[in-house]
Design a protein around this ligand. Structure first.
Ligand code: HSE
Length: 290
């Protein structure tokens, strides 16, 4: 008997909450695993090209970590995966694969490991808790990671909060987007981000969408990543006047994510047209999804 899990994509940082805040998105991967005589893979969908189909496959390796942690042995697995999450675009595709593999493997052996253990294992693999936390728990999460253990709170997204993502037609490796960051930031920039990240968390808890514009600002990663994403600086400045409550780089980019008020009629037309046209003026084609 196999196990199938459906795992959401995620957006990390939400502007100021670098490596701290994450939110699940309505874009999914499906992973199915079952014990088998011989390990085999069925990878479906456009996003699967180039992934290994032997025991070096991430899903296989992560599943084996679960069995080892639980003191069980399931050496051969039949693994199927389908994903609609674009790779290397800042939408947490690797986090969703890790979380899907952990959750499916754990369920296959009767769920001996609690979610908190899966979260620690996932964060240890990703090295930051924001994407994996959102993929594992859904909704919005705020998390801290001490290098071994993650503590978190899950926040139910406000009912009127919608999102609009603009996905440029090029890939940006997370490693490259992290290498662009400075090792140190100034006290003023740290205060700038702590205050906004705190306000963002409280505003999301209280459903105060009017505070998103002030809260969704960042000085510790986006300014350094802007040269990697043509049009980004302009969009971050201008989008709030085109119908966005706030806008940020999604994770390490290059996707950008706007928070919107679902009731605002400008979102469908004006904001998405503005985002696509601005990317186009930089020579980049992009797709917009709500
Ligand atoms: N918080 C991480 C970053 C997310 O911004 O680098 C990467 O997926």
């Amino acid at each position: 008997q196999g196990v199938r899990v459906k795992v959401p994509a995620s957006t990390a940082n939400l502007g100021p909450g670098f490596d701290t805040l994450g939110m699940a998105l309505s874009l999914y991967s499906w992973i199915e695993i079952k014990a088998s005589e011989q390990t085999g893979f069925h990878l479906h969908g456009d996003q699967m090209g180039g992934l290994p189909t032997d025991k070096s496959n991430l899903i296989y390796k992560v599943a084996q970590m679960v069995f080892e942690e639980a003191g069980q042995s399931v050496p051969e697995l039949e693994i199927s995966m389908y994903s609609e999450i674009p790779l290397t675009r800042g939408l947490g595709s690797s986090a969703s694969a890790i979380v899907g593999a952990l959750a499916a493997a754990n369920a296959l052996i009767g769920s001996p490991l609690p979610d908190s253990k899966l979260f620690d294992m996932a964060t240890n693999l990703e090295k930051h808790p924001d994407n994996v936390g959102a993929s594992l728990f859904g909704g919005i999460i705020t998390a801290v990671w001490d290098g071994a253990h993650a503590d978190y709170m899950r926040i139910e997204p406000p009912a009127d909060l919608g999102t609009l993502v603009v996905i440029p037609d090029f890939e940006l490796a997370t490693s490259k987007a992290r290498e662009a960051l400075p090792a140190q930031v100034s006290l003023a920039d740290a205060v700038y981000n702590i205050s906004r990240s705190s306000l963002m968390t409280a505003a999301l808890c209280a459903g105060r969408l009017d505070l998103i514009r002030a809260a969704m600002q960042d000085r510790i990663h986006q300014p350094y990543r802007a040269p990697l994403v043509p049009g980004m600086s302009r969009i971050l400045t201008e989008a709030p006047d085109q119908g966005a409550l706030g806008i940020a780089l999604s994770g390490a980019g290059p996707t950008m994510i706007a928070f919107v008020d679902r009731k605002d009629p400008r979102v469908e037309g004006q904001l998405s047209t503005y985002l696509m046209e601005t990317m186009k003026s930089e020579g980049i084609s992009a797709a917009c999804y709500q």
